[in-house]
Ligand binder design. Structure first.
Ligand code: SF4
Length: 332
């Protein structure tokens, strides 16, 4: 085992005015390492950024012994939380066997990254809890079943996903939502915040959320005009963050370059959480950020935030140009 993808809290956070709720979020989530179980998934999200080849047929399923070896490497690094990513880890028939193994070698916290409608089954959620899953990262872009159905390519699965959210809350599993901002959701972020606020009031649970622009990879890159202009995303996110603060919702955002964040800079997850690939002592960018896929352009020359900016998706600027970027741009 030569490398692991990791996340760890930034201490201290780099925000100008660090928010306690964001610090708490990062500490609940990390330190952790990402256990990539493969790319198999029963859904067919139109923006999926997981690489499965041009025809979507090159599905990778990691063998259980490979996953056990990665877990052992994580433990050797002193980590006791692991975050399952895919593909859809909840669809693996050996999920609970692997979770039992993780616990047996000393993992105390398990985070499931999922969009599985299995969450709507009470016995599945009970079993997750009993197996040590204490945090669910639920991919949910909207509370509108029609929008969800469009994103995931299934009208029947959409209401089940919302049922799953309610079931996890009913069983008191800690969770957070992760929403990808597309042209179908960019104008609805205020409503997304309001729906979370109502659910918090109803259930008494804290429901943090992270929103992020599309990564233009794989299906998302082939999905034409699914990605709104990043400046539009950033303005909607800033407005939603302000609304969330007023309504007692923790709303963070991820992968927006500093020059577009406006008044929402303090809510950038990057101020609170660091992610990277550890390769025998060296730090490398995380796989999902596609080293070489990020670019700097003319507005970045002399930018005061360049050192902390990951750059902009090369596929995006190839399509939309550099006009939105740079401090003082019209996008702010
Ligand atoms: S101008 Fe360039 S370097 Fe500066 S924040 Fe924007 S994208 Fe990043």
């Amino acid at each position: 085992m030569r490398e692991l993808d990791l996340a760890w809290p930034r201490d201290p956070p780099t925000a100008v005015r660090p928010r306690a709720a964001a610090v708490d979020f990062a500490r609940a989530y990390a330190p952790t390492f990402y256990l990539d179980v493969g790319t198999a998934c029963p859904l067919h999200c139109i923006y999926c950024c997981v690489e499965r080849g041009d025809a979507d047929r090159d599905v990778r399923i990691e063998a259980a012994e490979v996953l056990r070896a990665r877990m052992a490497a994580g433990r050797r690094m002193g980590l006791d939380r692991l975050t399952w990513i895919g593909g859809e880890a909840a669809s693996r028939p050996d999920l609970f066997d692997l979770a039992a193994h993780a616990r047996s070698i000393g993992f105390r916290g398990l985070t499931l990254t999922t969009k599985s409608i299995k969450l709507a089954r009470p016995e599945f959620v009970s079993r997750l809890r009993a197996s040590g899953f204490d945090l669910i990262h639920l991919s949910l872009d909207s509370f509108d079943p029609q929008v969800i159905a469009h994103h995931i390519g299934s009208a029947t699965a959409a209401p089940r996903l919302l049922d799953g959210l309610r079931e996890a809350l009913r069983q008191r599993v800690a969770l957070f939502l992760f929403a990808v901002v597309t042209r179908h959701t960019v104008d609805g972020l205020d409503g997304f915040v309001d729906a979370i606020a109502r659910l918090q009031d109803e259930t008494g649970a804290a429901i943090p959320a992270v929103v992020s622009p599309l990564k233009l990879l794989s299906r998302a890159e082939r999905a034409g005009d699914l990605a709104p202009p990043l400046g539009q995303v950033a303005r909607a996110v800033a407005q939603a963050c302000a609304r969330a603060e007023r309504r007692g919702v923790t709303l963070l955002h991820k992968t927006l370059p500093p020059c577009l964040r406006g008044g929402a800079d303090d809510w950038a997850l990057e101020h609170y959480l660091d992610e990277g690939r550890r390769l025998v002592g060296a730090d490398l960018p995380l796989q999902g950020f596609r080293p070489g896929g990020l670019a700097f352009g003319p507005p970045c020359e002399g930018c005061p935030s360049r050192a902390r900016c990951p750059g902009v998706d090369r596929a995006y600027v190839a399509r939309a140009g550099w006009g939105e970027f740079g401090f003082g741009s019209s996008a702010q």
